[in-house]
Design a protein around this ligand. Structure first.
Ligand code: MG
Length: 158
């Protein structure tokens, strides 16, 4: 039997920050505001992994009040979640990810982001799917003031 987990994240998009998505820097005039590198895709993925493992959420391991995680690479968070997943004997069947952003266009970066995430998870690229969509100019995401991400992960026993 498998176990499913889902994760969601949203961060403000501001001037003067690099844009980290899935562990890579995507060229854009703005970046996501946060205590860590604010990589929404890795945060959503981390919560999906923890959810599937029945292990709580990202905030219980990496509180944004802890100076230790200031400017941290979110790769560390996903690696910690993977440690918990593997300890319980689970492997990833697949991860399905969605980024919602008005800009920038992610299609040119999709391959690199998928490779990066597959590398962090230690799974083949075919186990990671990345979708990108806009908010049709609606709301704060549509106005380019924020970006969000959803992640769904299925775990199975070896
Ligand atoms: Mg976050």
């Amino acid at each position: 039997m498998g176990r499913i987990g889902m994760g969601f994240d949203i961060h403000r998009l501001v001037e003067g920050r690099p844009l980290w998505l899935g562990g890579i820097q995507v060229p854009h005039g703005k970046g996501l505001l946060g205590h860590s590198d604010a990589d929404i895709l890795l945060h959503a993925l981390c919560d999906a992994l923890l959810g599937a493992a029945g292990a709580g959420d990202i905030g219980s391991y990496f509180p944004d009040t802890d100076p230790k995680w200031k400017g941290a690479s979110s790769r560390i968070f996903v690696e910690k979640a993977m440690e918990l997943v593997r300890k319980d004997g689970w492997i990833i069947s697949n991860a399905d990810l969605t980024v919602i952003a008005e800009e920038p266009k992610l299609a040119p970066h999709r391959g690199e982001i998928v490779r990066s995430i597959a590398g962090i998870l230690g799974v083949p690229e075919s186990s990671v799917n990345l979708k990108a969509r806009t908010m049709e100019k609606l709301g704060p995401i549509g106005a380019g003031e924020a970006m969000s991400a959803y992640a769904v992960v299925l775990l199975e026993k070896k």
